[in-house]
Design a protein around this ligand. Structure first.
Ligand code: 3H9
Length: 688
């Protein structure tokens, strides 16, 4: 039974009971409709509607969105509630989201507990409210608030809902309070559908569209939601519902909604593999080696999760820098209202920075975030191994280095694991957990336990140069540099990738992180680079010229006065010069050609990563590209996007490109297999 009902005298109690979050699937819709008829037959004076467990209702069951809708449809169920002569009261204790909020709005009254939230996050799943939300919400909270809530998808907490008049009151026990509501008072409340629609305010609508153009360009649903809200302002409620429903049904089966659903469920499926049976070590006190930006971000993330963190540094200057860096993050969080003063004090009390390794003698996990040098890391690990308990897990935050080589220097290599955070480490959600050849299950379990504690998205990766994310990034940059040297400018490349949906292109992104990091990495790779692989020297020239990115005031772009970016003709000339020296003819690539080359390069590399077992499935690659590297979420991640292009078409195009450069464009065997067999990348398995 997904909906239970009982009555005490003339009061009905209806409870949605569909764990874990009371998603509204067919059985819930049927249960609610039955409850309307039941309450009317018994001539109850009110129905108090609540949700069992932690949610009132998390919205329509998105798992049903891939199939044809089954009766009864939610708009009909909610009309029945709204129009019933028995008034319903929504007693909300937990989240009321999407269809859940729509159910609540169809009730005559809403009472929320202080910890509850109410909102319309449909646009984050690529759809719009489809059960009257675009019509009921403006009637309840006014046009401005409704536009904001629906087009941005951000929920309100109970206090804000009260201020917006979306809830009548906020009480600790909403069910009890609903029972206490005066019957006469309840009878005077006008059903939501009978309320007048707000005035048609062109300026508010234009402002909402302008905000959307800035915040979620390329996304269809937010604009469509505004259109539907606008349509409803000048026609009767019941005429507006079919317009909303048609838009919802069309969006639901569109590419963007499918992609966003894919990422939503992928995020939730990011869990430790069931084959790992060991327990994690106790996470309480964690040592972080290195107090630079990354180390400080990691330390702050640990403090925020209620853990103790000690940063280990080599000298007193390093200690001072670590203290300043962590304090900066605490301060920024305070200023943004993310933590209270008391919480900041508590963070400081659980934090220490020192040169003394003996202070972390009780830490069961150490995360090294020192300089990206194998020698430095070996030295750090030797010291950690001597100081920490012998069962403690030793993690490195390396972005590229060989974890197996590092582990081999210790008597017990099974303690060693990679925990690859992304900067800023306290904000970015991705955590690559890198398993070396000898890494123990306990170490992996610890990585996943830490990911959970920090509310990160954990993805298990194998050892290779760059693991999943940076290996794809390296190929992406190589393809960008090739296009640049052979005909385009960095700004044309950036523009092309922004058109695909990236917030910024590869050159602007490099200017942010600094060109020296990739440069050091190229020098490290000199010894192992395939001599047949074409090498693009422009980035090296940039470093020679001291153009290291924003930090030096100029990189691929110039930043006069430290402000906005400006195209730099000197940089464009570098490419012309280098291609002249290399006797290459330059090509005038279109934006589409640039995007195609960069995307295909990434897909091909990612397919190899999957084939080699470095990533366990395509879904993990989607998570890495979306949450670590800015691939547009609404395209569902790199591999999901590849599946929309189709392996056959990808392989055909890669073969054409391999005529230009057989090494760089060597087609991945996994893609070949997918093209031959028709298996999607989403279902493809590693061959190794
Ligand atoms: C909508 O309502 C359209 C209507 O307007 C129109 C209809 C006609 N469906 O996140 P968690 C699962 S569109 C199916 O880990 P938390 C989730 O996959 C919908 N399943 O927990 C996971 O499953 P598993 C608008 C759902 O406590 C489990 O529940 N609503 C749905 O961290 C636990 O989830 C939204 O966009 C769903 N709608 O967070 C809200 N929601 O255990 C989407 C969750 O197998 N949901 N599941 O991995 C959320 O934001 C969060 O899940 C929530 C709980 C805040 C509710």
């Amino acid at each position: 039974m997904s909906v239970t009902k009982r009555n005490e005298a003339d009061v009905g109690y209806v409870e949605i009971d569909n764990p874990p979050v009371n998603a509204i699937g067919q059985s819930v819709r049927q249960g609610l409709l039955d409850a309307v008829r039941w309450a009317e037959e018994l001539h109850l004076t009110r129905v108090i509607l609540s949700g069992k467990g932690r949610a009132f209702a998390a919205g329509a069951d998105a798992r049903e969105f891939d199939s044809a809708p089954l009766e009864p449809h939610l708009p009909d169920v909610l009309n029945a509630i709204d129009e019933s002569f028995v008034p319903w009261i929504a007693a909300i204790d937990g989240v009321a989201l999407g269809g859940g909020a729509e159910v609540a709005m169809a009730c005559r009254m809403r009472i929320m507990s202080p910890k509850s939230q109410i909102g319309m996050p449909e646009v984050t799943l690529g759809v719009i409210p489809g059960a009257g939300g675009t019509q009921r919400l403006p009637r309840l909270v006014g046009l401005a608030k409704a536009l904001d809530m629906i087009s941005l998808g951000k929920p309100l907490n109970a206090a804000d809902a009260l201020a917006a008049k979306l809830t009548h009151t906020v009480e600790d026990d909403p069910v009890e309070e609903a029972y206490m509501v005066n019957t006469e008072e309840l009878g005077c409340i006008v059903p939501t559908w009978e309320l007048p629609a707000p005035e048609h305010d062109k300026e508010l609508l234009a402002n909402a569209r302008a905000t959307i153009a800035k915040k979620s360009p390329n996304q269809i649903a937010p604009n469509r939601a505004i259109d539907v809200i606008e349509a409803g302002l000048s026609i009767p409620f019941h005429d507006a519902l079919p317009i909303e429903r048609a838009a919802f049904l069309e969006l639901k089966i569109g590419d963007q909604a499918r992609a966003l659903r894919h990422i939503f469920f992928a995020e939730r499926a990011a869990k430790m593999p069931e084959t790992i049976k060991a327990d994690p070590v106790a996470l309480d006190h964690i040592a972080v080696v290195g107090g630079g930006t990354m180390g400080a971000g990691i330390a702050y993330a640990l403090l925020n999760a209620g853990l103790r963190a000690t940063i280990l540094e080599t000298d007193e200057d390093g200690v001072a820098r670590a203290l300043t860096n962590v304090e900066k993050v605490i301060d920024a969080s305070l200023k943004r209202g993310l933590i209270s003063d008391a919480r900041a004090q508590d963070h400081r009390a659980r934090f220490n920075a020192t040169t003394d390794y003996t202070t972390v003698g009780d830490a069961m996990l150490a995360i090294e975030a020192a300089f990206e040098s194998m020698e430095v890391k070996k030295d750090v690990f030797a010291k950690l191994a001597m100081t920490l308990p012998k069962e403690a897990i030793l993690a490195t935050n390396t972005s590229y280095l060989d974890i197996n080589e590092l582990a081999a220097t210790l008597p017990d290599p099974s303690r060693v694991i990679g925990l690859h955070f992304f900067a800023p480490a306290h904000i970015m959600k991705l955590l690559e957990i890198v398993r070396g050849d000898k890494t123990s299950d306990a170490a992996i379990a610890t990585g996943f336990a830490l990911g959970k504690a920090l509310r990160k998205i954990p993805v298990l990766a194998g050892v290779c140069d760059g693991f999943i994310g940076n290996r794809i990034l390296a190929r992406y940059r190589e393809a960008a540099d090739t296009v640049f040297m052979d005909g385009s400018s960095p700004w044309e490349v950036d523009e092309a990738m922004e058109a695909l949906g990236y917030a910024m292109g590869p050159y602007e992104a490099q200017d942010l992180s600094g060109l020296d990091i990739a440069h050091a990495n190229r020098r490290r790779q000199d010894a192992t680079r395939d001599p047949n692989r074409r090498y693009i020297p422009i980035a090296d020239r940039m470093v020679e010229l001291g153009k290291l990115g924003r930090k030096t005031g100029a990189g691929w772009y110039r930043y006069p006065g430290g402000n906005g970016k400006v195209d730099d003709p000197i940089v464009a000339d570098l490419a012309i010069e280098e291609s002249h020296l290399a006797k290459r003819e330059r090509t005038d690539y279109s934006g589409e050609q640039i995007t195609e080359r960069l995307v295909l390069a990434m897909i091909n590399e990612a397919a190899d990563i999957l084939d080699e077992g470095i990533a366990h499935n395509a879904r993990d690659i989607d998570l890495v590209t979306v949450f670590g590297y800015g691939f547009p979420r609404w395209r569902g991640g790199l591999m999901h996007y590849a599946d929309t292009l189709g392996a056959k078409a990808i392989v055909a195009r890669l073969r054409e490109l391999s005529q230009e450069d057989a090494v760089a464009w060597k087609v991945s065997p996994l893609l070949e297999r997918c093209a031959e067999t028709g298996i999607k990348l989403a279902d493809a398995a590693p061959s190794k």
